[in-house]
Design a protein around this ligand. Sequence first.
Ligand code: AMP
Ligand code: FE
Ligand code: FE
Ligand code: ZN
Length: 318
Amino acid sequence: MLGTHLECVGSIFTRPPPFFQPGLLPAFVAGRIDLHAHTVVSDGTLTPTQLVELAASSGLVALAVTDHDHTGGLAEARAAGRRLGIEIVTGIELSVEHAVGEFHLLGYLFDEDDAALQAALARFRDVRSARAVRIVERLQALGVDVTLEDVMREVPAGEGASVGRPHVARALMRKGLVGSIQEAFDRWLADGRPAHVEKAKMSAAEAIALVHGAGGVAVLAHPFTVPEPSREALVRELAALGLDGIEVEYPKHDAAERARLRRLAAELGLVATGGSDFHGENKPDVRLGAGIGENIRVEADVLEALRTRAGAAGPRGR
Ligand code: AMP
Ligand code: FE
Ligand code: FE
Ligand code: ZN
């Protein structure tokens, strides 16, 4: 649990002194941050409070909570952040439909109460719940002994949560039907596997406009998931639509990929961001703020660059 992460506690000099107000992180405070993490309101396994406590014990100065289609973890995370002196960055992860396949966009620093955004998120969550039923039906037809109740037992936040394939994978693992989350994806749930069911997605233009309309910035998540040879062309296409950044520091990006993406970001005037995509026990090899075996490092100035970009744009897209 938390104790296993204590070895990565950062220097006390990288943490903001507790008298600084979260949300008003002074520009001169340096330190390590993480701009991509999930809680139990989507497919993470830690509560928002547990996640922020882990961020604190990991020596982070700021953390973006980026649940799939859900901002419901943010209020609790902020309360914990105020207590522990960690800035909580408003975040979201959206799924986009595109000719190259599905990809994800991260939104940051938007107005969480934006009505159009919340209406869209509620719609996507409804479709996710209906899809969970269809995935279970598909599995049952394939002779896999799992029920919707088994899946919902793996959704700690209950009915209103953003239900996803990792919850189904956990149910299969709990019943001993697979040995790991990864095996559940490889055998049944991954795209192209027998129990895969599509979920509702937006177009890239819609997703970027939704985040911009709420005053935020949009960042392409884990670009390695975009199959080659389309990756660079997609980044260029999204940049033309107003994309603000790309996630460069990511556990699954090798050094060459990071260098390529960094160059592309510089050329297109995009912010090179980063995050661990922490999911707790649903991605057991990934550590908050550190990635896989300490292979990512994101500094607070990345957040400042996003903030500058959000501020410079002013209200847009409405
Ligand atoms: P969903 O949002 O229900 O489509 O599930 C997507 C989530 O499942 C991602 O955010 C990852 O956490 C996880 N995931 C997707 N594809 C895989 C895969 N091939 N192997 C393991 N986990 C995956
Ligand atoms: Fe996920
Ligand atoms: Fe993602
Ligand atoms: Zn994610």
